[in-house]
Design a protein around this ligand. Structure first.
Ligand code: GDP
Length: 367
């Protein structure tokens, strides 16, 4: 999963991104990931990994990871090439979802590019850039579709919905809020194939100051303004304090727990952000366990066994025979795979099996 952090300058993106890289997963475990200063990786918190590691006396524990991309440089006029403009917009195209950092904290020493702290205006500014870029993108697509439809009548059915989508964007509204999106299959297809920035799922990270975050955040007027916009487009809001996250990221597990409980919190904002993104994108984890390694793998809900196996290696998918599956809870309660087998709790599942969250799996395959 790849998340893009966007927001106006001086809203706390780098502070949040620093927290991410400090909390960062050991990159040695992820040789497939490119080393890029704008990419940070964080482990997906999963409390099943440690008990499984203990059970198997595994040499290594590898959590699932989320990749965060710091997409700085988005300013008013970006769609027309201002700031670092188009280059950054293309980075957004590659992410699965957007974390839109919105400044809700006060600090007279830190200038706001627009002269005042106003979350609603900031959100609109960024969203408008994405919408403008989308309109341009869509115009090109419409032109191509119209041309192609002359030769292939089938394609003409797309022209009308594309025009409607363009009209919707021209009203200054995001593609996420296009009528029927997420409900109607045909609309979904047209929107998806258009590959629009403003169609991506978004989480608004309301960056509060320490006092506002640890106090009664719900009372904060700025947070309410963010919430109102999010409600109107069915998006999520997550109050964070990037500064606190930076502090927390440098702590070891014990310190972190103590610090959080002093603040009356159960988990860090970063852990919450990852959890919320997982939910938002309809993701879940399955597990593999052995003496060598206990590991969590990310899949979309509804993924079938062969495709889940394909996350480990494409050969596993191609040569898939069956999956031996046991629920995490059963395995921990019985204390070993052998005991679980005796009780008949290890199931043999075929190609049509839909993976469940917390399945501990051994794939059987032909090479
Ligand atoms: P960016 O331009 O969006 O990457 O913003 P930065 O992360 O560089 O933050 C700009 C300034 O705001 C820095 O001086 C940060 O220390 C400060 N800042 C960031 N997050 C917070 C926060 O949660 N609370 C307060 N009080 N200041 C913050």
């Amino acid at each position: 999963m790849k998340l893009g952090i966007v927001g106006l300058p001086n809203v706390g993106k780098s502070t949040l991104f620093n927290a991410i890289t400090q909390a960062g997963a050991e990159s040695a475990n992820y040789p497939f990931c490119t080393i890029d200063p704008n990419v940070g990786m964080v482990a997906v918190p999963d409390e099943r990994l440690q008990p499984l590691t203990d059970l198997y006396h595994a040499k290594k524990t590898t959590p699932a990871v989320v990749e965060f991309v710091d997409i700085a440089g988005l300013v008013r006029g970006a769609s027309k090439g201002e700031g670092l403009g188009n280059k950054f917009l293309s980075h957004i195209r590659e992410v699965d979802a957007i974390v839109h950092v919105v400044r809700c904290f006060d600090n007279e020493n830190i200038v706001h590019v627009e002269g005042s702290v106003d979350p609603a205006r900031d959100i609109e500014t960024i969203n408008l850039e994405l919408i403008l870029a989308d309109i341009e993108h869509l115009e090109r697509r419409l032109e191509r579709t119209r041309k192609a439809a002359k030769a292939d009548k089938k394609l003409s059915r797309d022209v009308e919905p594309l025009e409607a989508l363009k009209a919707h964007l021209e009203e200054g509204r995001t593609a996420r809020t296009f009528e029927g999106f997420g409900e109607d299959e045909d609309v979904d297809r047209v929107v998806k194939e258009s590959d629009l920035l403003s169609a991506k799922k978004v989480i608004y990270a309301a960056n509060m100051d320490e006092a506002g975050f640890t106090g009664d955040a719900a009372e904060n007027e700025r947070l309410k303004a963010v919430q109102a916009i999010a409600d109107a487009e069915g998006a999520m809001v997550l109050p964070i304090c990037a500064k606190l996250e930076e502090d927390i990221a440098g702590m070891d597990a014990e310190e972190k727990e103590m610090f959080l409980s002093e603040l009356g919190l159960h988990e860090s904002g970063l852990d919450r952000l990852i959890r919320v993104c997982y939910d938002l994108l309809g993701l879940m984890s399955y597990l593999t366990a052995g003496e060598q390694e206990v590991r969590a793998w990310t899949i979309e809900k509804g993924t079938k066994a062969p495709q889940a196996a394909g996350k480990i290696h494409s050969d596993f998918e191609r040569g898939f025979i069956r999956a031996e599956v046991i629920g995490y809870q059963d395995l921990i309660e019985l204390g070993s795979l052998a005991a679980a087998r005796e009780k008949g709790l290890v199931r043999s599942e075929g190609k049509e099996y839909v993976m469940q969250d917390g399945d501990v799996v051994l794939f059987r395959f032909n090479v």
